[in-house]
Write a protein that binds this ligand. Structure first.
Ligand code: ADP
Ligand code: MG
Length: 177
């Protein structure tokens, strides 16, 4: 079979890199506990691959976990969780807007905090950036206590150290085990 011409293989981010645009190393948490959970996670991964400002580098195995509910709330169906590593030429707020648009496309309804959802996409870390604004906190403030985030994350980036953090993802994860 003839090899496709190089132009077809080149990823749009290659051009961004040549132009000196930053390509940040970003980690995103994926979760679903409503409807066809695996299909929603695959929908998100496919959308990452299709977006010219993103490059999907790796993703963890899909992990089933118990849903966290607020005290007094009915038990919720279990989650499928995963963590994806991306290269990204979006700004952090642009990436957040893109992720929220995917959640909306997955039919996610927002009524109550921590309610069941078809798709939840959270920015875990964005390069070495630390930011705190009303719409976005990075690194994600609750990642340190979430096994369903740290465990799949340790599969793909065990040696990663978050900005301002002494422990690696693996060490943060073992601390919770
Ligand atoms: P949760 O993921 O904690 O269950 P939601 O998915 O309902 O909550 O997100 C609520 C809001 O949290 C989002 O609209 C977004 O503005 C804000 N947010 C703050 N930091 C982050 C982050 N790191 N990743 C994703 N959303 C974030
Ligand atoms: Mg979320």
């Amino acid at each position: 079979m003839p090899t496709p011409p190089l132009k077809q293989l080149a990823h749009p981010n290659t051009e961004a890199t040549r132009k000196g645009l930053p390509t940040e190393r970003v980690f995103v948490a994926l979760g679903s506990n409503l409807g066809k959970r695996q299909a929603w996670l695959r929908f998100a991964l496919a959308a990452f691959e299709a977006e010219p400002c993103l490059r999907l580098v790796a993703y963890s195995p899909l992990l089933e976990t118990q849903a966290v509910v607020l005290p007094g709330q009915m038990p919720a169906p279990p989650y499928l969780n995963a963590v994806a590593e991306l290269r990204c030429t979006f700004s952090p707020l642009e990436l957040l807007a893109f992720l929220l648009s995917l959640e909306a496309r997955a039919g996610r309804k927002r009524h109550k905090r921590w309610e069941a959802r078809t798709l939840d996409l959270d920015i875990l870390s964005f390069g070495q950036r630390q930011m705190r604004c009303p719409r976005l906190v990075v690194p994600h403030p609750r990642l340190y206590v979430r096994t369903f985030v740290l465990f799949p994350w340790a599969y793909i980036a065990p040696w990663l150290r978050l900005p301002g953090e002494k422990l690696t993802i693996w060490e943060l994860c073992s601390r919770l085990a």
